[in-house]
Design a protein around this ligand. Structure first.
Ligand code: TXA
Ligand code: MG
Length: 427
C-alpha cells in the first residue's frame, strides 16, 4: 500500500470510528510479464510458473488467447471467480466461459454432449468456438449465474494452454476489459482497464482473431447461435447442418425504435443505451446504405458537427479512403491520435481543403481481408479514447461471414444508433 492509500484509509477509519475501513478496495500490485508465444513449451511453462501459482492462491491473471485477452481464475474456486466480477465491475447475472485444454475434460464438467457437439469439437477445437451444455454439479453456481448450463471453450493459444496446464484446473475467463469497454486485444488494453485490480498480466502480443469466440447453445435442437465470432454460421452449418440464430441477435443488427432525445441526426433508430457494450467515450453512429450515399452522408455530417465545434471520428475501409483524402488530404498513418496531432492533418496533401479540427479517420483494413478488419476493430475503438473525438461515424460493412460478427460488435458499441441513408437498403 502506498502512503496516499494508507493515509486515505486512516482518514476513513477516523470518520467511521473503526480501525479498518473495509469498504476501500486495496490496490493490488499487478505483476506483468512479457513472453513470446512462439517459445518452446518448456520455456513457456517456466516463465509462466508464478502465474499458475497466483491462480492456485485464488488470484486473477489476464492472459492472451487467439480471440481476445481473458481474465482467468480457477473454474472450481468461487473465491477467485468473485474477484473477476469485482475487478471487471461485471454484473453477477452474466455467466462465464470455462476454458480447457483436453477434450476428455469436457465429460467431467458436463452431463452429456450431443453428437453434433462432438462433431464441432473435432472440427473447430482448439479454436474460437464456445459451446453450451448441461452442467455437472462440480461447476460452481457463480460460473453459470445459477443456471444449469455451462459454456466451454478450448483456446488455440500456447500461452493460454500453458497457463491452464500450470493451474491444474480449467479456467473461467471473461474478456479482460472493464465491463462495457471494448475487449482487449493487447496487454496494454488490459493494463488501462485493470491495473491495480488484478494480480497478473501475461503480455503475449496481439490477439490474431481480435473478436470474441462464437457462442452456440448445444442444449437446443437445432443448436442456437448466441454470439457470432471467428467461426462463422456457414462454417458451423457445413459440419452439423442448419442452426438457428437467437432472436436478440437480429434485433441488435437492425436497431429498432427511434430515440427523439438523441443528439444524433434524422431517422436514427436507437433503443437507448441498454445494449451498449464495447463503447468508446465518444458516441458511435453507424451509417448503412449504398457506398456512395454513405460517404456523402459521412462528409455532410462531419461538416455539421465540426461547425458546431465537435471533432468527428470516421471508421471506414481502405477501399473508401481516397474519397476522404480528396477533402481532408492524405491519410497516411495508423494511429489516429497521431494523425490528428500532426497539425490536424494540415499540409499533408497539397490542394486539400484546409480544415481545422479535421476528423480522425481510421480504416479497419481492406474489404478483401475481413479477418484483418476484425482483428483491428477493438484497438481502433479504444484509440478514439486518446483523442478529442466526440462522435464516431462508422460505415456499415456487409453482414456476411466475419462481417456479421464485426457488425454485431459495432452495433453494440453504437447502442444501436443506426442511420439508414437510403431506404432501399432497409430490410
Ligand atoms: O473469445 C472469448 O470467448 C473470450 C476469451 C477470453 O476466451 N471470452 C469471452 O468471455 O468473451 P465473456 O465473458 O466476455 O463472454 C462470454 C459470453 C457472454 O456473452 C455470456 O453471457 C455468454 O458467453 N455465456 C457464458 N455462459 C453462458 C451460458 N451458460 N449460457 C448462455 N450464455 C453464456
Ligand atoms: Mg466480454
Amino acid at each position: 500500500m502506498d502512503d496516499r492509500n494508507r493515509e486515505q484509509k486512516k482518514q476513513n477509519s477516523i470518520i467511521q470510528g473503526t480501525s479498518e475501513a473495509a469498504h476501500i478496495p486495496e490496490k493490488i500490485p499487478t505483476v506483468v510479464t512479457t513472453v513470446d508465444p512462439r517459445s518452446n513449451e518448456e520455456d513457456l511453462l517456466s516463465a509462466l510458473y508464478p502465474f499458475g501459482q497466483m491462480i492456485k492462491k485464488s488470484g486473477v491473471v489476464a492472459f492472451p488467447t487467439e480471440t481476445v485477452y481473458g481474465l482467468g481464475a480457477s473454474a472450481l474456486d468461487p473465491k477467485g471467480i468473485e474477484k473477476i466480477f469485482i475487478a471487471k465491475g461485471r454484473p453477477s447475472d452474466n455467466p462465464l466461459i470455462v476454458h480447457i485444454t483436453r477434450t476428455e475434460e469436457v465429460f467431467d464438467l458436463v452431463e452429456s454432449v450431443p453428437e453434433k457437439g462432438i462433431q464441432l469439437m473435432k472440427a473447430f477445437w482448439p479454436g474460437p468456438l464456445t459451446m453450451i451444455f448441461k452442467k455437472r454439479k462440480i461447476i460452481p453456481d457463480i460460473v453459470t449465474a445459477g443456471g444449469d448450463t455451462v459454456a466451454l471453450r478450448m483456446p488455440d493459444h500456447p500461452v493460454a494452454k500453458a497457463l491452464i496446464e500450470l493451474s491444474g484446473v480449467p479456467l473461467v475467463a471473461p474478456s479482460a476489459n472493464a465491463s462495457g469497454k471494448p475487449s482487449p486485444t493487447m496487454a496494454r488494453h488490459v493494463w488501462e482497464d485493470l491495473e491495480g485490480k488484478i494480480h497478473g498480466i501475461i503480455d503475449g502480443g496481439s490477439c490474431a482473431v481480435g473478436i470474441e469466440s462464437t457462442v452456440i447453445d448445444m442444449t437446443e435442437e437445432p443448436p442456437v447461435l448466441l454470439r457470432p465470432g471467428g467461426i462463422t454460421q456457414r462454417m458451423i452449418q457445413a459440419v452439423i447442418g442448419p442452426i438457428e440464430r437467437d432472436d436478440q441477435l437480429d434485433e441488435i443488427d437492425r436497431g429498432n425504435s427511434g430515440d427523439e432525445k438523441s443528439e444524433l441526426p434524422g431517422k436514427v433508430r436507437s433503443p437507448g443505451m441498454k445494449y451498449t457494450h464495447y463503447a468508446p467515450r465518444a458516441k458511435v453512429l453507424i451509417l448503412r446504405g449504398k457506398r456512395k450515399k454513405v460517404i456523402e452522408k459521412v462528409l455532410e455530417l462531419e461538416k455539421t458537427y465540426r461547425e458546431s465545434g465537435k471533432k468527428v471520428g470516421i471508421i471506414t475501409v481502405d477501399e473508401n479512403l481516397k474519397e476522404y483524402e480528396k477533402l481532408y488530404g492524405e491519410i497516411r498513418d495508423q494511429a489516429c491520435h497521431q494523425a490528428c496531432d500532426i497539425k490536424e492533418n494540415k499540409g499533408l496533401s497539397p490542394g486539400a481543403e484546409d480544415v481545422s479540427n479535421s476528423p480522425c479517420i481510421r480504416s479497419l483494413g481492406s474489404e478483401k481481408e475481413v479477418e484483418k478488419m476484425a482483428a483491428n476493430l477493438f484497438a481502433i475503438l479504444r484509440d478514439f479514447d486518446q483523442t478529442e473525438v466526440k462522435i464516431i461515424l462508422a460505415e456499415a460493412l456487409e453482414d456476411r461471414e466475419m462481417g456479421y460478427a464485426i457488425m454485431n460488435r459495432l452495433s453494440k458499441a453504437a447502442g444501436q444508433n443506426i442511420l439508414y441513408v437510403d431506404e432501399e437498403d432497409r430490410s
